[in-house]
Design a protein around this ligand. Structure first.
Ligand code: MLT
Length: 262
């Protein structure tokens, strides 16, 4: 599906009926990463999953911040006549969820924070973003895929589930260099969301993967401690893309949460 936001094309996927649920993808992926949720939760959720600017068929924008993406999500909710929704973000999608809560609290019914963290980039992390942006500009999307693919899944997933590895690779290859560079800058410059946590006056579900190579459990525990009303679900045999590696367990947790919030 396609629509226009501020004169620019935004692509998105939607499915299901029930509690409004927005699914925000991680970097450098697209709405296609939510396929198991769009299929498996269609009986409980009215789901909309945007492709963020510069990913899949959404137009690239220069100088994006987390606010630019949060505004894209809000505009799409307006277009789909979704007044309030559960906002679910995985990794970079979680950073956007925090920014969405800062800007549009009244549009939030609850939050699902998957494989993400509230803390900002360290100085070393920021330098790494600049190096990755340079890599994308000089060597293209393929070089970013080569750097990211070995980190996104649990070590055992690479051995046991080659179909999933290829699927993730295919989703990443829909990204544009402009989209990647913009997202890297936005992630580098994102604020610390730790002080925001106690102000999120909505139910929260935090989901992690026991074998997440990028974000250790301590980051999730810190979020749960900071939030007013949060439950942690920690999935076994799952890496950074826990919704794809453990789709049934992920969906069960979301299903329970939607029952509570809806
Ligand atoms: C993501 O999965 O969205 C990214 O790995 C997040 C990050 O690099 O901070």
């Amino acid at each position: 599906m396609h629509t226009m936001v501020n004169g620019q094309q935004v692509s998105y996927q939607e499915a299901g009926q029930g509690v409004p649920l927005v699914l925000i993808h991680g970097y450098p992926l697209s709405a296609s990463m939510w396929a198991p949720q769009l299929r498996g939760l269609a009986d409980v959720g009215q789901m909309v999953a945007p492709d963020l600017w510069g990913f899949a068929d959404s137009a690239p924008v220069a100088d994006a911040t987390m606010g630019t993406y949060a505004d894209e999500v809000r505009a799409l909710m307006d277009e789909r006549e979704m007044n309030r929704a559960v906002i679910c973000g995985l990794s970079m999608g979680g950073y956007i969820t925090f920014e969405f809560c800062r800007r549009y609290e009244d549009r939030v019914a609850g939050v699902i924070l998957a494989n993400t963290k509230a803390t900002p980039d360290t100085a070393e992390g920021k330098a790494g973003r600049d190096q990755s942006a340079e890599l994308a500009r000089t060597k293209g999307v393929k070089a970013i895929i080569a750097a990211m693919l070995p980190k996104l899944l649990a070590p055992q997933t690479y051995q046991r589930n080659n179909a999933l590895v290829l699927e993730v690779q295919g989703i990443m290859s829909q990204s544009t260099v402009e989209g990647i560079v913009s997202a890297l800058r936005a992630m580098r410059d994102r604020p610390d969301s730790t002080p925001l946590l106690p102000w999120i006056d909505r139910p929260a579900l935090v989901i992690g993967g026991a074998d997440d190579q990028l974000f250790p459990r301590a980051e999730l525990d810190r979020m749960v401690e900071g939030l007013r009303d949060a439950k942690l679900v920690f999935l076994p045999d799952a890496g950074h893309l826990s919704n794809l590696e453990q789709p049934d367990l992920f969906n069960n947790a979301v299903r329970e949460f939607l029952k509570r919030v809806g």
